[in-house]
Design a protein around this ligand. Structure first.
Ligand code: SAM
Ligand code: SF4
Ligand code: SF4
Length: 369
């Protein structure tokens, strides 16, 4: 039997340095690789009611697993304060994630608080949320009313048995499809559907998924299975490269490439040659997009990660709770972003093999997808 990996719930992190000279944000920060700061992903809970095999495998996330205590979590007021400081540095898009974000109590209240924030450019803040849809049908209307613009829904198969093997808690495909329809009806669109493709597990579902969503109002995106965290037993030979996904679909329903909607878009877009819609492929492994990565991630307990594959975060909660001023925290953020040089996926080679095995790598459910 495989040895059980002992997970650390509280992650390593440093308390960011407050620069001696405080600065006024300009909205034009740039890191070591000239990447601006445009997106903030906020994890609002490390808990989830699914046990997706590639994210929270049951063998690790079992009844002994210690989730963060409530006092460790950032409050909605703390999250909103940090989000506001990020927005002053140029963030225009905020995605709520987790864990399962709809499990966080009164999440609509947080959505309402964030929806009031104004970007530096004057464009409306793009406020979105990624969910497994288990609670979506119930919550879609209240999320819309609170000011959420759209949702992205994860669905890894249309075949119920395959989907249940992936989520490992017997949640059914029909319930996800119902959640998607309700979200669409209340206006939480355009809705994107994320399918993580794990070779040998759900890759036979690529074509049925493509056929099902072709011609629908929903944009299906295929995500390469990534080596995030240290618990999913990732192996390169279980990654189905996006080029193969496109090849398989195109053999049946011809596809043509489309240009990106905006710089930094993670998905490469393809449209059906007959005009019946488009799909996206996210090639995090086979074609890294670090050079365009404009994303910062805030963990559930307030650590800032400048890369999905980081082994430690920067403890913004410490700054909040030791009474630092907005100007101090904002200057610390600017300092951290300017120092950022992360490009893990571009370096994903033998150099990163040791890191891959490291139990220090943070889990997707903690840092947010
Ligand atoms: N629970 C929500 C959900 O599943 O939509 C939000 C959090 S989940 C961590 C965010 C996204 O990360 C999901 O679309 C999920 O499929 C994706 N994800 C998780 N682990 C992954 C992995 N190892 N490789 C690629 N994508 C992964
Ligand atoms: Fe939960 Fe989302 Fe991870 Fe699946 S991918 S276990 S739904 S957090
Ligand atoms: Fe961004 Fe890190 Fe992913 Fe590269 S590996 S795209 S820097 S999160």
């Amino acid at each position: 039997m495989a040895e059980k990996i002992i997970m650390m719930t509280e992650q390593r992190g440093d308390v960011p340095v407050i620069p001696s000279t405080l600065e006024t944000p300009t909205g034009l920060l740039s890191d070591q690789l000239a990447r601006p700061l445009h997106d903030l992903r906020i994890s609002v809970t490390d808990r989830c009611n699914f046990r997706c095999v590639y994210c929270m495998p049951k063998a690790v996330f079992d009844s002994d697993y210690q989730y963060l205590p409530h006092t460790s979590l950032l409050s909605f007021e703390e999250i909103t304060r940090i989000a506001k400081l990020f927005i002053a540095h140029g963030v225009e898009k905020i995605r709520l994630t987790g864990g399962e974000p709809l499990l966080r109590k009164h999440i609509e209240r947080l959505v309402g608080m964030l929806a009031e924030l104004k970007t530096v450019s004057g464009k409306p803040l793009d406020l979105t949320l990624t969910t497994n849809a288990s609670l979506l049908a119930r919550k879609a209307q209240s999320l819309k009313d609170a000011g959420l613009q759209r949702v992205t829904v994860s669905l890894d198969a249309l075949d119920n048995a395959t989907f249940q093997r992936m989520n490992d808690v017997d949640f059914s495909v029909d319930d996800v499809l119902h959640g998607i329809d309700v979200a669409h009806q209340v206006g939480l669109g355009p809705i994107k559907i994320n399918m993580v493709v794990k070779g040998g597990m759900n890759d036979q579902e690529i074509l049925p998924m493509a056929r099902h969503f072709r011609g629908s109002p929903y944009i299906l995106r295929f995500i390469e299975y990534m080596d995030v965290g240290a618990s999913n037993g990732w192996k390169m030979d279980e990654v189905i490269p996006s080029a193969e996904v496109v090849r398989r679909i195109s053999a049946d329903m011809p596809l043509e490439p489309l240009s990106a909607n905006y710089s930094g878009e993670t998905a490469a877009r393809w449209r059906y040659a007959d005009g019946s819609g488009e799909i996206g492929v996210i090639s995090s492994v086979s074609q890294a997009f670090c050079s365009d990565c404009t994303r910062a991630r805030l963990s559930t307990e307030g650590k800032l990660y400048t890369c999905l594959f980081a082994t430690s975060g920067h403890d913004l909660r410490a700054l909040l709770r030791e009474g630092r001023s907005d100007a101090e925290i904002s200057s610390a953020l600017a300092h951290l972003w300017r120092a950022r040089g992360d490009r893990y996926s571009e370096l994903r080679t033998s150099q990163t093999a040791a890191l891959r095995r490291s139990a220090n790598k943070v889990e997707m459910s903690y840092i947010g997808g």
